[in-house]
Design a protein around this ligand. Structure first.
Ligand SMILES: Nc1ncnc2c1ncn2[C@@H]1O[C@H](COP(=O)(O)OP(=O)(O)O)[C@@H](O)[C@H]1O
Ligand SMILES: Nc1ccn([C@@H]2O[C@H](COP(=O)(O)O)[C@@H](O)[C@H]2O)c(=O)n1
Length: 258
């Protein structure tokens, strides 16, 4: 990740140095669930229903970040293991917790951050394809272990858990990993039985209890998604803050040199 540059933007426009400025505190939503449960698809539906699908990237009020962008760099020995499906990407130690926490804090402070995408073929962060996160109204952070780390879990204003049965998840993961992530069948199944399934049971599934809303059947559950979108819409409405929600717009005084 590039260091946040400290610029503050208000509604996408760099502010001009007055004493009082609006700093947006995004409404941060965590979306957890097992592999291939439909986390990304649920986030996509939420973005679509909030009218963000066709919006220019720089103008978006709702953005989605994947926890996969925060996998830690592998050593050469780990890279060799990963190539054979013998590295555990489902264990909490596979992530850079501090980077994840610091990045989310920067986002909450209204700073601009750059986040690399993740390249599953090389098992590394892809700095060529970065996502720039401007202050937004809603930030979705999705991943298998977004509720695992207590300090990160505490940052969310809303926590969703996508609950799709494991047969369905495996049936979706196999073709996805072969077609989109450059894996072969043996590797996918070995990795699944050795690491993915046991780690789901040990680290991911127990975090369901932290969720505010559990979404059975993922994106097929249009009723749940409609309810969530309606709730977010209410929170985003001017004057629509609830006691539990963070204020979307904070008026903040800052001293700036210009
Ligand atoms: N409701 C659904 N019906 C059919 N296929 C789905 C559904 N939801 C997701 N998929 C497919 O399953 C795979 C995993 O979904 P994705 O949303 O990427 O899951 P996750 O982000 O939890 O890994 C993708 O290939 C996606 O297109
Ligand atoms: N280099 C990597 C990194 C991660 N994985 C697997 O991805 C899963 C998480 O992504 P989802 O979209 O499925 O939530 C996780 O289960 C890892 O096993 C990988 O295979 N290779």
């Amino acid at each position: 990740m590039g260091e946040p540059n400290g610029d503050v933007r208000v509604n996408g426009i760099k502010e001009n140095g007055t004493d009082a400025e609006e700093v947006k505190t995004p409404f941060l939503i965590g979306v957890a669930g097992g592999t291939a449960s439909g986390k990304s698809t649920v986030c996509k539906r939420i973005m679509e229903q909030l009218g963000q699908a066709d919006m220019d990237h720089t103008q978006r009020q709702v953005v989605c970040i994947s926890q996969d962008s925060f996998y830690r760099e592998l050593t050469e020995a780990e890279k060799a293991k990963a190539k054979k499906g013998l590295f555990n990407f489902d264990h909490p130690d596979a992530f850079n917790e501090k980077l994840m926490y610091d990045t989310l804090q920067s986002i909450l402070a209204g700073k601009i951050v750059e986040i690399p995408s993740y390249d599953y073929r090389s098992n590394s962060r892809d700095f060529e394809n970065k996502l720039t996160i401007y202050p937004a109204d809603v930030v979705l952070f999705e991943g298998i272990l977004v509720f695992y780390f207590p300090a990160i879990r505490d940052l969310f204003h809303m926590k969703l858990f996508v609950d799709t049965d494991s047969d369905t998840r495996l049936a979706r993961r196999v073709p996805r990993d072969i077609n989109e992530r450059g894996r072969d069948l043996d590797q996918v199944l070995t990795q699944y039985m050795t690491f993915v399934k046991p780690a789901f049971e040990e680290f991911c599934s127990p975090t369901k209890k932290f969720a505010d809303v559990i979404i059975p059947r993922g994106a097929d559950n249009t009723v749940a998604i409609d309810l969530i979108v309606h709730h977010i819409g209410e929170i985003l409405r001017p004057g629509g803050c609830t006691a539990n929600a963070a204020p979307i717009i904070q008026l903040k005084r800052r001293d700036r040199e210009h």
